[in-house]
Design a binder for this molecule. Sequence first.
Ligand code: ATR
Length: 264
Amino acid sequence: MKKFFVIGNPIDHSLSPKLQNHWLKENNINALYDKIKLEELEVKDFIRDIKEQKIAGCNVTVPFKKTVIPFLDKLSPEAEQTQSVNTITFNNGDLVGHNTDIAGFDTAIKKLNFSLKGKRVLILGAGGVVPSIIFALKNMHVQEITISNRTKEKAENLKVLFSNLKILEWGNLTDFHMLINATSLGLKNEKINLNFSNLGHNKLFYDIIYNPRETQFLKMGKQLGHKTENGKTMFVYQAMEAFKLWHKIEPKVNRDTFKLLDND
Ligand code: ATR
């Protein structure tokens, strides 16, 4: 039986196995998907197992999205440009790194009917998923992307990949149409210590976090009357794109799919 994995550290929280196994069953595919916690030094051997087809393919999550790149034969253009891989396939003898986070984010925004063309976006955080978000936002022709990260150097480093970024000191806010929380603040119900009042109206507060469903950041946005959205749709669609790459079948995404990820 074919085996697929998601690798990361930590990995306990991952809902990918629940979703992928649901789709495998629904499509009568004889395969299993599991999660595995790796140490950095174990990544190389794990990927060799895909090359030897002991493992059929994998997803990659924090903190290995960049770590895996030297061990792969090819990168998709999106993975190349973001230097971020979240899905690995084996095609005609080659290990190929893909980035489906971009498509996941893109679909999530399209479903919101919130046009970002010509708009200003402020991203809080500069971690693993941020290059993918920037890539997707650029394709939507936003006017301006500003990054604010506690460790300023990490925000500055993103300019190597994307030249037109603006960098803002952590603790400050600028005028925006969309505010994205891409920090890990909120996973454990933490507040973000910024003053979000006096921002005007009808902004979009978007959190990459989907568990908990409503972070303090989103609660605050809602209280202030802004539109809010968590990262669940992005999560589901990045998983759908990975499933399509491995199995050449588009799995169903409906209310049951989203329900599957509740109460965790
Ligand atoms: P990684 O940084 O390993 O890619 P991540 O979960 O993708 O991990 O990113 C965590 C993000 O949350 C980072 O932007 C981090 O800021 P630093 O780069 O300064 O570490 C941010 N973050 C985590 N805890 C934070 C806190 N207490 N205050 C502000 N930002 C925080």
